[in-house]
Design a protein around this ligand. Structure first.
Ligand SMILES: Cc1cc2nc3c(=O)[nH]c(=O)nc-3n(C[C@H](O)[C@H](O)[C@H](O)COP(=O)(O)OP(=O)(O)OC[C@H]3O[C@@H](n4cnc5c(N)ncnc54)[C@H](O)[C@@H]3O)c2cc1C
Length: 488
C-alpha cells in the first residue's frame, strides 16, 4: 500500500496528462496510473494531429466550447511547453451545390460556436493556396492548425512530472473501492493506491472505470480510423490539411500534412468493440486510395511509408446516437470522483480546457492552495534536423554527439537519443524513444538505426540486451544469443 494521494488520475493519454499538468499548479500530491509503459500509447498517439477550429460540433455542446477554447490557446501552450504546432489553416473542399450549402451551414455553426477566421473561398483562391488540390470552392478555416500529438502529450506529462506529479507505468487499474472514511483504494496487479480524489480519464477504458466507480449505464462504442502515411517528398505540395465536406459526427477522409512534413491519408470510420486491434485491412487501404485521390491525385502506392489506426471512444444513447462529452462528479454515487466519458475528437485540441473545467468542478467542492513553485515552462530536446548550418556547428562544438547521426532518414543525432533516454518520465522502450526523437519514423522505419538505439539504451542505462523492450511489457527485442562469441 502506497501513501495517501490527493488526486489519482487513471490514464496517461493527452487528457490525463493535461489534467496532471494543470493540477500541478496546486499544492497536491498527484499520481497518474497508466497501464502501458509510457504516455500516449493509445488514442492520443493514434489520430490526425489537427488542431480543430470548432465549427463541426453542435452549438452549445462541450465539444464546441472546448474546441474553440483549445484552438485559441494552442499557440501559447505550444510555446510554453515546446512542442511542434503550426497555425497553417485548413480547407474543406466542395464541388456541388449541396456541398456549398453544407459548407455554409458548417460556417454558420462555427460562427455560433465562437470560431473565428472562417470564410468561403472560390476556386481561384483555393488553387492559389493549394495549387494541387481538386475542388471548385472551399470553406477556409484560417485558425485551424497541425500539432505533434506525441510531443504535445509528452510535453504535458514532462511538465507535470517536473512539477512533482508521479507517473506509474504498467499499472492497469483492476478494481476501485471507497472506504467508510471516504478514501478511495485503487487496485492494480502491482500495487494498491489510496487517494482522496480519483479521475477517470481512461479513454477507451472509460466505461470499465465508470463501472468500477459505481456509476453504471454508460454505453460506449469504438470508432476505428485507419490511415496511410506518405513520404515527406510530397509534404511541400500540401501546405494545409485538405478535408471534404463534414457531418457533425464524421470529418470525412482528408489529406493532412504533419508538423514533420509527411502526408496522412485517412481516417476511415468503422464501429468496433475490439479495442486492441489496430491492423489496417487491404480493403480499407484501397478505399483510402480512391477517396484521397478524388481530392489530391498526386501520390502513388510507392509513396506509402506505413499504415496505422486509432480508436475513439464514443458515448451513445439507447438509440445509438452519439452524445456530447460527459464530465461529471456524481456526489450521490461516487463523491470525489471525476468521471470523463466519451472524450472523442476533438479531444486533442480540447485537452487543456477540459482539464481546467474538471479542476473548476473539483474546486466547487474543495479549495486547492496554489503550488508556489509551479513552473509552466518546459523545454524539449534540441533537434539537429531543425538547426541551421551555424547552429549545427555550435551544437557539435558544445556536444560532439550532435555530430553523429544515428537515424539517417530523420537526421537524429546521438546527442538527441541520449537526452531522450534520460527523459524525466524514465521511459526507455524503443517506441518511447521513437516518439521523443522521431528516430525510426522515416523511410527505412528503423532498419538502419534500431540496433544502434538499442545498444545506446544498454550503454546509457547499464541494461542487458534481454532487458530492451520494443513497446509493451514482454515485447523484448532479444531473448539471448544465437551463438556465443568465439573464445579469444
Ligand atoms: C482516428 C482519430 C483521429 C483523431 N483526430 C483528432 C484530431 O485531429 N484532433 C483532435 O483534436 N482530436 C482527434 N482525435 C481525438 C483524440 O485523439 C482523442 O479525443 C484523445 O486522444 C483522447 O485522449 P484520452 O486521454 O481521453 O485517451 P487515450 O489517449 O486513449 O488515453 C487513455 C489512457 O488510459 C489508459 N487506460 C485505459 N484503461 C486503463 C486502466 N484500467 N488502467 C490504467 N490505464 C488505463 C490507456 O492505456 C490510455 O493510455 C482523433 C481520434 C482518432 C481515433
Amino acid at each position: 500500500m502506497d501513501s495517501l494521494y490527493d488526486v489519482l488520475i487513471i490514464g496517461g493519454g493527452v487528457i490525463g496528462c493535461a489534467l496532471a499538468r494543470e493540477l500541478a499548479r496546486y499544492d497536491l500530491q498527484i499520481v497518474v496510473l497508466e497501464k502501458n509503459p509510457d504516455v500516449c500509447y493509445e488514442t492520443s498517439g493514434r489520430n490526425t494531429g489537427v488542431c480543430h477550429g470548432g465549427f463541426a460540433y453542435d452549438t452549445g455542446s462541450l465539444k464546441a466550447r472546448f474546441c474553440v477554447e483549445g484552438n485559441r490557446m494552442m499557440g501559447d501552450l505550444a510555446e510554453e511547453l515546446d512542442f511542434p504546432f503550426k497555425r497553417c489553416g485548413k480547407v474543406l473542399v466542395g464541388n456541388s451545390r449541396a456541398d456549398y450549402e453544407q459548407l455554409l451551414r458548417t460556417m454558420a455553426q462555427g460562427e455560433r460556436n465562437g470560431a473565428t477566421g472562417l470564410r468561403m473561398i472560390d476556386g481561384e483562391e483555393l488553387h492559389r493556396l493549394i495549387p494541387s488540390v481538386v475542388g471548385e470552392f472551399a470553406l477556409l478555416s484560417e485558425n485551424s492548425g497541425i500539432l505533434d500529438p506525441f510531443m504535445m502529450t509528452i510535453a504535458l506529462a514532462e511538465n507535470a512530472c517536473e512539477n512533482g506529479v508521479r507517473f506509474d507505468f504498467n499499472r492497469k487499474v483492476t478494481g476501485i473501492t471507497r472506504d467508510a472514511d471516504g478514501i478511495w483504494t485503487v487496485e492494480t496487479p502491482a500495487a494498491y493506491y489510496r487517494t482522496r480524489w480519483i479521475i477517470n480519464s481512461a479513454g477507451l477504458g472509460c466505461g470499465a472505470i465508470s463501472e468500477m466507480l459505481g456509476i453504471h449505464g454508460y454505453h460506449t462504442i469504438g470508432s476505428k480510423g485507419d490511415y496511410i502515411i506518405l513520404d515527406k517528398r510530397l509534404g511541400p505540395m500540401v501546405p494545409m490539411p485538405i478535408y471534404t465536406v463534414p457531418s457533425n459526427t464524421y470529418m470525412g477522409i482528408h489529406v493532412t500534412v504533419t508538423t514533420e512534413g509527411n502526408l496522412l491519408l485517412g481516417p476511415t470510420a468503422e464501429v468496433t468493440q475490439n479495442y486492441s486491434y489496430y491492423g489496417v485491412e487491404q480493403k480499407n487501404l484501397d478505399g483510402l486510395y480512391q477517396e484521397a485521390m478524388a481530392i489530391w491525385p498526386h501520390f502513388t502506392r510507392a509513396d506509402y511509408i506505413r499504415t496505422y489506426s486509432g480508436i475513439l471512444s464514443k458515448w451513445v444513447n439507447e438509440e445509438g446516437v452519439i452524445q456530447d462529452y460527459r464530465i461529471e462528479i456524481r456526489d450521490d454515487l461516487a463523491p470525489h470522483a471525476v468521471n470523463l466519458v466519451g472524450i472523442e475528437s476533438p479531444g486533442l485540441t480540447s485537452a487543456v480546457p477540459i482539464a481546467r473545467y474538471v479542476i473548476g468542478m473539483m474546486q466547487e467542492r474543495e479549495a486547492f492552495a496554489p503550488n508556489p513553485e509551479f513552473n509552466p515552462e518546459r523545454r524539449g530536446i534540441r533537434r539537429f534536423a531543425d538547426m541551421t548550418a551555424e547552429e549545427r556547428s555550435a551544437a557539435i562544438a558544445e556536444d560532439p554527439a550532435y555530430g553523429e547521426l544515428i537515424c539517417r532518414c530523420q537526421q537524429v543525432s546521438k546527442a538527441e537519443i541520449r537526452q531522450a533516454i534520460h527523459n524525466p518520465l524514465g521511459v526507455h522502450t524503443m517506441v518511447g524513444l521513437k516518439y521523443r526523437t522521431r528516430a525510426m519514423m522515416g523511410r527505412c522505419q528503423g532498419g538502419y538505426c534500431q540496433m544502434r538505439i538499442s545498444r545506446m539504451i544498454q550503454e546509457e542505462l547499464g541494461l542487458s540486451p534481454e532487458q530492451i523492450e520494443y513497446n509493451r511489457q514482454g515485447s523484448n527485442l532479444f531473448y539471448g544469443k544465437v551463438r556465443e562469441e568465439a573464445a579469444r
